[in-house]
Design a protein around this ligand. Structure first.
Ligand SMILES: C[S@@+](CC[C@H](N)C(=O)[O-])C[C@H]1O[C@@H](n2cnc3c(N)ncnc32)[C@H](O)[C@@H]1O
Length: 391
């Protein structure tokens, strides 16, 4: 445990989302004249602020929410001892305390980052398929289409975070019964009736019978999953024959678009150094930094219960450096996510690398400067999916 006073020296601790957005989105015009890169204009920044204000930040602080949380229609209050069993504080951030695996924060600032990431991922176009404003690249509609049996289809989102993906999917597929599970009891306003939230540690097991769901989706669990083969096997177990399993994860480290690590180091030394230390911290914590591109794909391919395994790479830009409209829109959203990453991973890096806070913050500052400078930095994201055999 650190000896750091809460919120000390943190670029973001104690700030409101609007303050952070205003501080970081000052606009930047890149000197680079290539047609894929024009940086962010002032209009972009104004539209970003307008967009941000329109996002329904209704995910309640869990401490507040706990006092009037609905569970299976029975209202109950979370006592402080219950709350202490779920959360812990460290270096000014709140973390879940239900397991020792997941090590990113679980507080309002993190929930905001996750929502921006969600909108950025939706906006992003892949090299081969348009992803703009869609919640999936995988053939989820096919898995959920009416099969004429009169039985409602079932979808599961694992590690639902703020629940935003599950809510939007429940709205898009109203005749499907959705479940969103997470380590923490996050719940949002405006949850559709066909969506049920539950609190569960999916790395221990998923509390549903075999062959239960038509589609199981898991996104961004890299900082909480130490045993992908076991987890994937469990996901496949609860998926019905003919159903779809979908995994969406980033690889580490991030780098310059279509460039080698050496090129990233030469052009963006600050981003390179931070990304390198972050990747090493993740590895030390027991996370698989190549799960997205390699492990998930190979585990799915080796499993006799699934076939038609597919992978699509759809990296996202860390700022609005691109001209292509979907990339640019994604970059506008992703910039907030990208500049929040040092703060989000600070405690993880301090612990894993046994590094003092000031050093981690200096690395993070240099990384943010490279993002602010409008370099063509991307986070590599991979979508992996497979169908369970049997129909
Ligand atoms: C980085 S967030 C991603 C949230 C969401 N999937 C998204 O894409 O916006 C990871 C979420 O997974 C949850 N999580 C991590 N490990 C988990 C586990 N073993 N079981 C259930 N949820 C888990 C965390 O609590 C956190 O809310």
């Amino acid at each position: 445990m650190h000896t750091v006073p809460p919120g000390s020296n943190s670029p973001t601790a104690g700030s409101t989302i609007s303050e952070i957005m205003l501080r970081h989105d000052t606009g930047h015009k890149d000197d680079n004249t290539d047609t894929f890169n024009d940086g962010a204009t002032e209009t972009d920044n104004r539209s970003l602020m307008t967009f941000c204000k329109s996002i329904p930040f209704t995910c309640r602080d869990v401490r507040t929410m706990a006092h009037h949380m609905d569970s299976d229609s029975a209202t109950f209050s979370m006592t402080s001892s219950m709350e202490n069993a779920i959360f812990r504080e460290d270096a000014g951030r709140r973390f879940q305390a239900t397991n020792d695996d997941y090590s990113l924060p679980a507080d309002e600032l993190e929930f905001a980052r996750l929502d921006y990431q969600h909108f950025g991922l939706k906006a992003r176009a892949s090299p081969t398929q348009l992803y703009h404003d869609k919640n999936y690249l995988a053939p989820i509609p096919e898995a959920l289409k009416d099969d004429g049996t009169g039985q409602r289809k079932r979808g599961l989102d694992i590690g639902a975070g703020t629940g935003i993906w599950a809510i939007e999917m429940a709205q898009e597929f109203p005749s499907v019964d959705w479940t969103a599970l997470d380590l923490i009891p996050v719940q949002r306003d405006g949850t559709p009736d066909n969506l049920h939230f539950m609190q569960e540690d999916a790395s221990i097991g998923i509390g549903f019978p075999d062959d239960y769901f038509d589609c199981v989706h898991a996104r961004a669990l890299i900082a909480g999953m130490r045993n992908w083969p076991k987890f994937i096997e469990e996901v496949i177990r609860v998926t019905r024959p003919g159903g779809l399993v979908v995994f969406i994860e980033p690889n580490l480290p991030m780098g310059l678009y279509k460039s080698t690590a050496e090129e990233t180091r030469a052009v963006t030394p600050g981003a390179y150094a931070f990304a390198d230390v972050m990747a090493r911290a993740f590895t030390r914590r027991g996370y698989d930094i190549n799960a997205a591109s390699k492990t998930i794909l190979s585990v799915l391919k080796a499993n006799d219960l699934v076939d038609r395994v597919e992978q699509v790479e759809a990296s996202f830009p860390c700022s609005p450096w691109a001209v292509e409209p979907n990339w640019k829109k994604s970059g506008i959203m992703m910039k907030f996510n990208a500049i929040s990453v040092p703060e989000t991973t600070k405690v993880l890096i301090m612990d894993a690398m046994e590094m003092p806070q000031y050093q981690v913050e200096a690395l993070g500052k240099a990384y943010v400067e490279d993002i602010e400078a409008g370099h063509r930095l991307v986070y590599p994201i991979y979508h992996n999916w497979a169908w369970k055999k049997g129909l």
